[in-house]
Design a binder for this molecule. Structure first.
Ligand code: NAD
Ligand code: SER
Length: 309
């Protein structure tokens, strides 16, 4: 199958592109920055609507994976640009996919759609969503737009509300859950880390292999199985910075964390501690395979291999 990926150079794209290639797809990997992948690549600003449409017409993908985004912290630094990339560009991508008869679109949402009035434990699929951050506001609008395009134009858009994604290949920048990757790099390099969240801030997280498996499984599901056309809740595990520090200390006993919260604390406190993913489990067979000890083991094993390559 021919597929196109936007934002392919980011944390999820770097793991998704190899998985799509392994599945046997012909992949066009695009990003605003230049990419090096063993497949076709293209430097493409997703805000350049004409360019994106021309590429769709030429490449004719059956599926588009639209990952280009500004994450939650970066969206607070550059709100207008964040809105353009996270919402306006998403609208243009949906429109172009409809016009060019793309069969299926994947676009990720986030736990950032939730807010202070959301129940924080086992957050239900349907409940108050009052995000306080601009990233969450754009994701919530994107979810509504995805469902609108499905109902009005039958464009088969599929989406997941990702928790914090943790993977070894990439030092993420611009998110609120980035600490969960940074802590591993710091533990291996300096044995010290200054965390921008308070130690007991528990958040839902998912290991990158599970995140990619969820994307592929959702995209492979029969459309009639899917009852959620906004974005599915999915849960991997939940942990706080302190719990992660203690887990890393089992392998690196002299690792130490300091805690100095910044503006990301308010965002994190407005997000769930855990989410209820019953509908994802029921509709398309979602189940996570990594818990916190397995995630730690995988990260500590994999990071040195990326650092030495
Ligand atoms: P990332 O920040 O690592 O990557 C985003 C990519 O988008 C970057 O490579 C960047 O260069 C690219 N980009 C930014 N502006 C662009 C533009 N104008 N044109 C083209 N490309 C542009 O993000 P990620 O973690 O890979 O996230 C991918 C998707 O998953 C996003 O929609 C994000 O909101 C969502 N998501 C991620 C997480 C997470 O924890 N990583 C959690 C929930 C949802
Ligand atoms: N992990 C993302 C962030 O922290 C949430 O989507 O911005």
């Amino acid at each position: 199958m021919r597929v196109l990926v936007t934002g392919a150079g980011g944390q999820i794209g770097q793991a998704l592109v190899p998985a799509l290639l392994q599945r046997g797809d012909e992949v066009l990997a695009t990003d605003i920055r230049s990419l090096t992948y063993p497949t076709a690549t293209l430097q493409l600003d997703i805000l350049d609507e004409k360019h994106f449409r021309a590429v769709l017409r030429e490449w004719k993908p059956a599926e588009v994976y639209h990952l280009a985004a500004f994450l939650s912290a970066r969206s607070e630094y550059e709100p207008q640009r964040g809105w353009e990339v996270n919402f306006m560009a998403t609208w243009q991508v949906f429109e172009a996919c409809r016009a060019e008869a793309v069969q299926r679109v994947f676009w990720p949402s986030s736990i950032a759609v939730f807010g202070p009035h959301t129940p924080r434990e086992a957050t239900p699929q349907y409940c108050p969503t009052d995000p306080i951050g601009l990233y969450g506001i754009a994701k919530l609008a994107g979810e509504r737009l995805a469902e609108y395009f499905f109902r009005r134009y039958a464009l088969d858009i599929r989406s997941l509300r990702f928790p914090g994604v943790v993977g070894p290949a990439h030092l993420p920048q611009g998110g609120t859950t980035d600490f969960a990757v940074h802590m591993f790099y710091a533990a291996l390099r300096e044995r010290r880390y200054k965390c921008y969240l308070l130690p007991d801030t528990r958040l839902p997280m998912i290991y990158i292999d599970d995140a990619v498996r969820a994307i592929l499984k959702l995209m492979e599901a029969h459309p009639e199985q899917l009852t959620v056309r906004g974005a599915y809740n999915i849960q991997g595990m939940s942990f706080s910075p302190r719990e992660l520090e203690l887990e890393i200390q089992k392998a690196i006993p002299d690792f130490k964390c300091e805690y100095e919260p910044d503006f990301r604390q308010a965002l994190a406190e407005s997000w769930p501690i855990s989410v209820d993913d019953t509908l994802a489990r029921r509709d398309w067979g979602w189940h996570p395979t990594y818990d916190l000890p397995a995630l730690c083991e995988a990260m500590l094993k994999a990071i040195p291999t990326y650092e030495s390559s």
